[in-house]
Ligand binder design. Structure first.
Ligand SMILES: [Zn+2]
Length: 338
């Protein structure tokens, strides 16, 4: 049982899970698409190079650990205390290093860097590692109920729910590409984070030995789903195959639910969450079939998620409301019936 510490009006709090690890747990119901938290990074360093000594005020190039120590010392005292309380998976509890803490918890983000040479402006995308204080508390699952996205314009990370999360449930993210087979996932987690994953997807029951291979197969199929999906317009003008496209999406949604992969498209870290792509596709299909019942069902679902995602979607919700009122106004209404 997770016992949480109250933390203001946040929908989450810090708590110990069944393994005694500190994690993040839902305090209130969080709907699919709902925002759990928004935060700025506390430390950002280039991913492919070590920290430059001069940046942190060291004259001579000290060891990398000293450099991380110098970076940490620039944080205000409260923040530094919180950062130092994070886990260093490479060390025993009392032998942590600042570099170890950083490497255990930092997430990969991309930023645009101005690589101007003389008069030529050249903006390039570059990989960085960023440490986020709150999101660092999220433990891993191979079927996580949350995903994070980093927006480089506002320099913020948003953590949101990919399926409904109930009070008391642990909030998890994936540290690795979750489409990989279980053996590879476990190897990667063990080598970088020093633990054996015992999530429900890795610990399949002994009574059902083929569960692992079935899960690996399903994950592979899902990772290539959108790449292999036939063209929508082609389906539209094919007189046979009426339900074919709808069945493909419904089957994929069911598989995602079973594997806990609602939030991931194909492991490339794409910005659009997978379940929303399926919902949009089903709206298109039922609209093209001029099927009012199916169309209404999926527009309502899209509306529910868009509302949960936040006030930025007000215009989008207005359009969905219009389609609910007058399905015939949908831009491809009845295309497959023509
Ligand atoms: Zn796992």
């Amino acid at each position: 049982m997770l016992t949480g510490r109250e933390e203001g009006h946040n929908p989450y709090s810090s708590a110990h899970n069944l393994d005694g690890e500190l994690g993040m747990v839902a305090r209130t119901f969080i709907p699919q698409g709902g925002v759990i938290l928004v935060e700025h990074p506390v430390i950002v360093v280039p991913a492919d190079m070590e920290v430059d000594a001069s940046v942190v005020g060291l004259d001579e190039a000290g060891s990398q650990s000293e450099l991380y120590g110098a970076l940490f010392s620039r944080l205000d005292s409260q923040m530094r205390k919180e950062v130092l309380a994070l886990k260093d998976c490479s060390a025993s509890p009392n032998a942590f290093t600042t570099r170890g803490i950083f490497n255990t918890n930092a997430l990969d983000v991309r930023l645009e860097v101005d690589k101007r040479r003389k008069f030529q402006a050249k903006v390039q995308e570059q990989k960085y590692k960023a440490l986020f204080l709150k999101t660092s508390r999220c433990n891993h699952s191979c079927g996580p109920n949350a995903v994070w996205r980093f927006d480089r314009l506002s320099f913020t990370l948003t953590l949101s729910a990919v399926r409904a999360i109930h009070p008391g449930e642990e909030i998890t993210i994936s540290y690795i590409n979750p489409f990989l087979p279980r053996h590879t996932r476990r190897t990667q987690l063990q080598s970088k984070w020093n633990f054996v994953c015992h999530c429900t997807h890795c610990d399949a029951p002994w009574t059902f030995p083929s569960a692992i291979s079935q899960s690996d197969k399903a994950r592979y199929e899902l990772s290539t789903f959108f790449k292999k999906l036939p063209d929508w317009e082609q389906w539209c003008f094919d007189e046979n195959n009426e339900q074919f496209m709808i069945e493909r999406h419904l089957r994929a949604m069911q598989m995602r639910e079973k594997e806990g992969l609602e939030g991931f498209q194909d492991g490339t870290g794409s910005e659009i969450v997978a379940y929303m792509k399926h919902i949009d596709a089903l709206v298109m299909c039922y609209g093209a079939l001029a099927d009012v019942q199916g169309f209404t069902k999926w527009v309502r679902k899209a509306r529910e998620v868009k509302l949960a995602e936040g006030p930025d979607n007000a215009l989008h919700v207005k359009v969905l409301d219009l389609w609910l009122k007058e399905p015939g106004k949908f831009y491809v209404w009845g295309w497959k019936r023509l």
